[in-house]
Ligand binder design. Structure first.
Ligand code: ZN
Ligand code: ZN
Length: 229
């Protein structure tokens, strides 16, 4: 069994705490008893490599993830089979992000780090804007590199597909959804929403602070099952 938390923000997300460094995240996840995590920053994969390098030493799995905001202002959690696949998708997303400069004093710093938690630079473009791509377009981008597509925190009131559209579009081949920790009783939540029963459910922390990283509850049988291998 692989206990996971596939939605964790690093200090590269402007809203991510400055303590969300590669070493802190990976060591906290390992201490919590997790076997696999994904670094899923807003519209970027810039700190994934450093976290993967730390994870190699600590002995847990770090997947490349990215939480993309589409033009519908819906957050989609995306996970990738390799760092290269993630970088390819991320460069497509980055191109479609509006050219708005981050204002660290308002939004927070966007810090790149290496595997020793040294600051290697700052992302200048504001990462928390919607990319100029539809949910459908993003699906094609993610699929083309073998990634998986998970509408994020569908039970929340902001940046969620169910709030913004009112339904999960059926012209996209969506197989997974994420239900946030706001909803503790998933069975009751789903019982009232039969249309959601056909999706595979992911439970993640969406941690922006170290203490919010998940405890080992949600699990999958194997990492390879994610990418259909
Ligand atoms: Zn989100
Ligand atoms: Zn998030």
């Amino acid at each position: 069994m692989i206990y996971y938390d596939f939605h964790i923000h690093s200090c590269l997300s402007p809203c991510g705490d400055k303590d969300m460094t590669p070493n802190n995240i990976v060591n906290m996840a390992a201490l919590s008893g997790l076997n696999a995590i994904a670094i899923s920053d807003h519209n970027t994969v810039g700190n994934v490599k450093a976290c993967m390098e730390v994870a190699k030493e600590v002995g847990i799995t770090v997947l490349a993830g990215m939480e993309v905001e589409t033009e519908e202002e819906v957050h989609i959690l995306t996970l990738y089979p390799t760092l290269e696949a993630a970088q390819e998708a991320a460069s497509e997303v980055y191109k479609k992000l509006p050219a708005i400069k981050n204002r660290p004093e308002i939004f927070g710093e966007q810090v790149f780090m290496d595997k020793d938690d040294n600051i290697t630079g700052y992302e200048e473009k504001l990462l928390i804007s919607p990319a100029a791509m539809s949910m459908n377009y993003l699906f094609d981008v993610v699929k083309s590199v073998g990634g998986i597509y998970i509408p994020a925190h569908v039970d929340r009131h902001s940046y969620s597909v169910l709030t913004n559209l009112g339904f999960i579009p059926d012209d996209i081949d969506i197989k997974n959804i994420e239900i946030s920790r706001m909803t503790q009783d998933v069975e009751s939540y789903l019982a009232a929403r039969e249309e959601l029963l056909k999706y595979k459910i992911f439970r993640n922390s969406d941690a922006h602070y170290l203490q919010d990283i998940a405890t080992p509850e949600a699990y999958i049988s194997d990492i390879s099952e994610l990418f259909g291998g």
